[in-house]
Design a protein. Structure first.
Ligand SMILES: [Zn+2]
Length: 504
């Protein structure tokens, strides 16, 4: 059976989702979970984009054990050098070089002729090959590139030393018949003495990202790129979990296999959703909360008699309902550490000590600490570490007939406590007005969402907010989880305000 390699770009293309910013610790956490999930190649970032991106790629390159680690580079020497520096310690490094080949991109974005583009591919792929054993080349906007020129560009990259050709549907324009056809024709027409791996990279602008990726596989692609939960620029990338399950459930049809550990799927999805702040829609294929819920009487009756009547995927296959024993007040350090390990966390001593302290504080208020509670607790801890201003205290004075008042204190980067007080027509508005005063910012609150993190009467509240910076039109997100709704609301707002302050 043909093996399909999974190439995950959650940390690069996925991070291009508006308002999504992972810090280095979060990126490492996601990388380690992706390794557990069975990903073959991880695109850890775009090393030249920023010092933070470089640091994250370097850290992931050093910590990952089985995955190939790749970094993105434009057709520029400085990009390739920077990627080399970031990746050189990886067990299996790979570089991903790209250059646009469609007429509209060459004419308006690059202002380069076809000959100049071919010359640049030749020069930079050769240069990349002098530093890397594995070079992947992407003709950006390939699906809108004139077919003859696409073949020329790909052949040039192969002649210069690329052994992996990625064919991106950059703007989500293609459809399965057309996209599959591109692979078929490229594979039939390229000349190479070495084996070339073809890779798909699709966007979901027309809702066809997964279908297009599968069409590529049917037509000879042995690698598929995408992001967990389909996050990414605009409508997002191919949701890798959908491809993984399609290949597994319809093995009879695709005749392909992958290294994906299916029962780690739900956990991987939850981690990315938590750290990105992008919730998974309830009806999302494979990982949505309703994906395995049967509502109509006829369906329920059928499933009770034989699950196969209406259920093509069992929830346990993807790791739903696998919540092993929850922790409680009496759980000791040992049980706590064992649980973290089970969840895929590898914490250093200081982090694990701090996490245990937070766990104990939560266990005083909540009877059962579930996996979801723990993931939220660690996400909070990681976020707070990088926050300039930390929330210290919230007080609200409530009146059923008039304005509400709030007093909020924060600790700034010099370890000084600042206090402010404002009113608002509701308690949350009063808190948010006060936080704006402390941050000296005036963003627009464009989204406020609240839900229970888990089931049960003593569930924690999870609040998600999105702030719009009126000057730059950029969005900043925050999530707060707490036993108390007002506290969770304040945490989420402080987190988003910190992002805005640091413009990240
Ligand atoms: Zn993309």
């Amino acid at each position: 059976m043909r093996k399909i390699q999974f190439f995950d770009t959650t940390l690069r293309d996925g991070e291009q989702t508006p308002g999504v910013n992972f810090n280095t610790k979060e990126k490492i956490q996601i990388a380690l979970q992706l390794e557990k999930w069975g990903v073959d190649v991880i695109e850890a970032g775009f090393p030249i984009a920023s010092p933070g991106d470089f640091e994250a790629v370097q850290n992931i390159a050093r910590q990952v054990k089985t995955m190939t680690v790749t970094g993105l580079a434009r057709c520029q020497k400085k990009d390739i050098d920077r990627a080399y520096e970031a990746l050189k310690d990886a067990v299996d490094p790979q570089i991903h070089v790209f250059l646009a080949t469609s007429d509209v991109h060459m004419q308006y974005k690059l202002k380069m002729t076809r000959d100049e583009v071919l010359a640049s591919i030749k020069e930079h792929v050769s240069y990349a090959r002098s530093l890397f054993e594995k070079v992947q080349f992407s003709p950006e906007d390939a699906s809108r590139t004139e077919k003859g020129f696409l073949l020329e560009a790909v052949q040039t990259a192969i002649d210069a030393g690329a052994t992996i050709i990625n064919v991106p549907d950059t703007v989500g324009y293609s459809n399965p018949t057309e996209y599959g056809g591109i692979f078929k024709s490229l594979i039939a027409n390229i000349r190479s003495e070495r084996e070339i791996t073809f890779s798909s990279h699709c966007h979901d602008d027309l809702g066809m990202a997964t279908a297009n990726a599968l069409a590529a596989i049917e037509n000879g692609a042995n690698r598929v790129e995408g992001a967990i939960n389909g996050i990414g620029e605009r409508a997002g990338n191919t949701a890798l979990e959908e491809v993984a399950l399609a290949l597994a459930i319809r093995k009879d049809f695709y005749q392909c296999e992958s290294a994906i550990v299916l029962n780690e799927t739900k956990r991987t999805s939850e981690l990315v959703s938590r750290l990105s702040g992008i919730p998974v829609p309830k009806n999302k294929a494979i990982v949505g909360d309703n994906a395995y819920a049967h509502e109509s009487g006829i369906h329920q009756d059928g499933v009770l008699k034989n699950p196969e009547t209406y259920e093509i995927i069992t929830p346990t296959l993807v790791g739903v309902n696998q919540n092993s024993l929850p922790l409680g007040k009496l759980s000791g350090r040992h049980a706590f550490n064992a649980k973290l390990e089970e969840l895929g966390y590898q914490l250093n001593d200081a982090d694990s000590k701090e996490a245990f302290k937070r766990f104990k504080a939560l266990a005083d208020k909540k009877k059962q600490i579930t996996d979801k509670d723990l993931v939220a607790l660690l996400a909070d801890q990681y976020r707070e570490e990088t926050e300039k201003y930390k929330l210290a205290d919230v007080q609200v004075q409530y009146s059923s007939n008039g304005y509400q008042g709030a007093i909020v204190s924060i600790i700034d980067e010099e370890d000084e406590t600042k206090v402010a007080s404002r009113i608002g027509s509701g308690s949350i508005q009063a808190i948010y007005n006060t936080i704006d005063e402390l941050f000296q910012q005036d963003p627009e609150l464009t989204e406020y969402e609240i839900q229970a993190l888990t089931g049960g009467e003593d569930a924690q509240a999870e609040v998600r907010v999105t702030l719009l910076d009126k000057e730059t039109n950029e969005e900043y997100r925050g999530i707060g989880v707490d036993f108390d709704v007002l506290q969770a609301s304040a945490k989420a707002y402080v987190q988003a305000s910190n992002h805005l302050k640091q413009k990240n």
